[in-house]
Write a protein that binds this ligand. Structure first.
Ligand code: TXA
Ligand code: MG
Length: 325
C-alpha cells in the first residue's frame, strides 16, 4: 500500500477518503453527519468516529462501522459549557474541573438532564452521560458546524488499536466509512481521562493524561482509583442499565403477563423494527426496554434477533438484561 494512501476500499462504502481538515473538509463532514453517517475526525487525544449524539440511528451507524460486539456508552463531545449544560448537570465540583481542564482531554461522567438531546443508545440506557469538551480545533469546528453534541468513540474497528493519524483510522475502517478528516498526528495519543463526578468525591474510570494529582488539585476532593489500585477495563466498571423485570429472550410468542418486544416477522406489542432493520433496532433498544420496564406488565419477552452485524451487540446487551441477578 502506498504511503500515505488516500483511498481505501472494502465492504459497505465504496471507498474511504482522506481529505484535509480545512473549512471545506469540515463542511463536508458536517453534511455527512447531518445525514446520519459517521466521520473520522482528529481530537487532541485520538481520532474519533463522530456522529450526531441526538440520533439513535446515527449512533447505531457508529457501532456498525466499528463492528463493536457490544454497546458501551459513548463519550459526548461538546463545544462550550452551555452545550455541556444542555445535556448534563454540572455540580460545583464538576465546574471546578471544567474550569481547570476544559477544553482538554478530560471526560466527566455526570447526571444526564431530563430531556437532554442524547439518544438512549449513547448512554446505553444509563441515567448518566459522559461529556468532554475537546481542545482540538477540528472537532470543535465540527460540533459547531453541526450545532449539536457529537458522540465519538475512537475511530478504529473493534479490537484494534486507537488511531493517532488519519491513515490509521482510514485503514482500520476502510470501506466502512466515507470520510476521514486529516488533521495530522494527534498530540496526546491516548484516550481522555474519564472520571465519575459524585457529590463530594471523584472516581477514576479510565486513566489518561489528566492525572489523579491534577484532579485532586483542581477538585479539592479525594479521587478513588479502585481498591486494588489498578483500573479494570472501562466496560467492566460500568453499572449497566438492567430492567427491573424478568426478561425472556427468543420469544416468538408471549403470554398476557409479558410486554412483548417484537422484531421483523414477530410483531410483538411493539417492534424494535418491523422491517427487521438492525440499525433501527439498536437505536430503539434501550427506549423499548425502559418502556417495557415502566409498563404494567409483570415481565418482558423479546423476539429473536439475528446474530450478525449489529445483532451481535443487541444480543450481547439482551443477554445481560436477561441474566439472573
Ligand atoms: O479521548 C477520548 O475520550 C476519545 C476521543 C475520540 O475523544 N473518545 C473515547 O470515547 O475514547 P469512547 O466512547 O470510546 O469512550 C467510552 C468509554 C466507555 O467505555 C466508558 O468507560 C465511558 O466512556 N463511559 C461513557 N459513558 C459512561 C457512563 N455513563 N458511565 C460510565 N462510564 C461511561
Ligand atoms: Mg476505543
Amino acid at each position: 500500500m502506498p504511503w500515505p494512501p488516500a483511498l481505501y476500499s472494502g465492504a459497505g462504502v465504496n471507498r474511504t477518503r482522506i481529505i484535509p481538515a480545512d473549512a471545506a473538509g469540515i463542511a463536508r463532514a458536517a453534511g455527512l453527519i447531518a445525514r446520519g453517517l459517521p466521520v473520522a475526525v482528529p481530537t487532541e487525544t485520538v481520532y474519533g468516529l463522530a456522529g450526531d449524539a441526538g440520533s439513535g440511528e446515527a449512533v447505531a451507524a457508529i457501532y456498525a462501522a466499528k463492528g463493536r460486539p457490544s454497546f458501551n456508552p459513548l463519550i459526548v463531545h461538546v463545544a462550550g459549557l452551555a452545550m455541556a449544560e444542555s445535556i448534563a448537570l454540572l455540580s460545583p465540583l464538576a465546574h471546578r474541573l471544567a474550569d481547570a481542564y476544559w477544553p482538554g482531554p478530560l471526560t466527566m461522567v455526570l447526571p444526564r438532564v431530563a430531556g437532554a438531546p442524547v439518544a438512549s443508545l449513547v448512554t446505553a440506557g444509563l441515567s448518566t452521560v459522559a461529556v468532554r469538551e475537546p481542545a482540538h480545533p477540528v472537532i470543535r469546528a465540527l460540533v459547531e458546524a453541526v450545532g449539536r453534541p457529537l458522540a465519538a468513540p475512537s475511530a478504529n474497528a473493534s479490537g484494534s488499536i486507537s488511531p493517532t493519524r488519519a491513515d490509521h483510522a482510514a485503514r482500520s475502517l476502510a470501506g466502512r466509512i466515507e470520510l476521514v478528516l486529516d488533521g495530522g498526528a494527534t498530540e496526546v495519543g491516548i484516550e481522555s481521562t474519564i472520571v465519575a463526578v459524585e457529590d463530594d468525591r471523584l472516581r477514576l474510570l479510565r486513566p489518561g493524561s489528566i492525572t489523579v494529582e491534577m484532579l485532586v488539585q483542581a477538585g479539592g476532593v479525594p479521587v478513588e482509583t479502585g481498591s486494588s489500585g489498578s483500573i479494570e477495563a472501562p466496560g467492566q466498571m460500568l453499572s449497566h442499565y438492567a430492567p427491573a423485570k424478568p426478561v425472556r429472550l427468543n420469544a416468538v410468542e408471549a403470554d398476557d403477563s409479558e410486554f412483548h418486544i417484537g422484531f421483523g416477522p414477530v410483531p410483538g406489542r411493539t417492534s424494535l423494527s418491523e422491517e427487521g432493520d438492525l440499525s433501527r433496532a439498536a437505536a430503539r433498544l434501550f427506549d423499548l426496554l425502559h418502556e417495557a420496564d415502566l409498563s404494567g406488565f409483570r415481565a418482558i419477552a423479546v423476539a429473536p434477533i439475528p446474530d450478525h452485524g449489529l445483532g451481535l451487540a443487541i444480543n450481547d446487551r439482551l443477554g445481560r438484561a436477561a441474566a439472573p441477578r
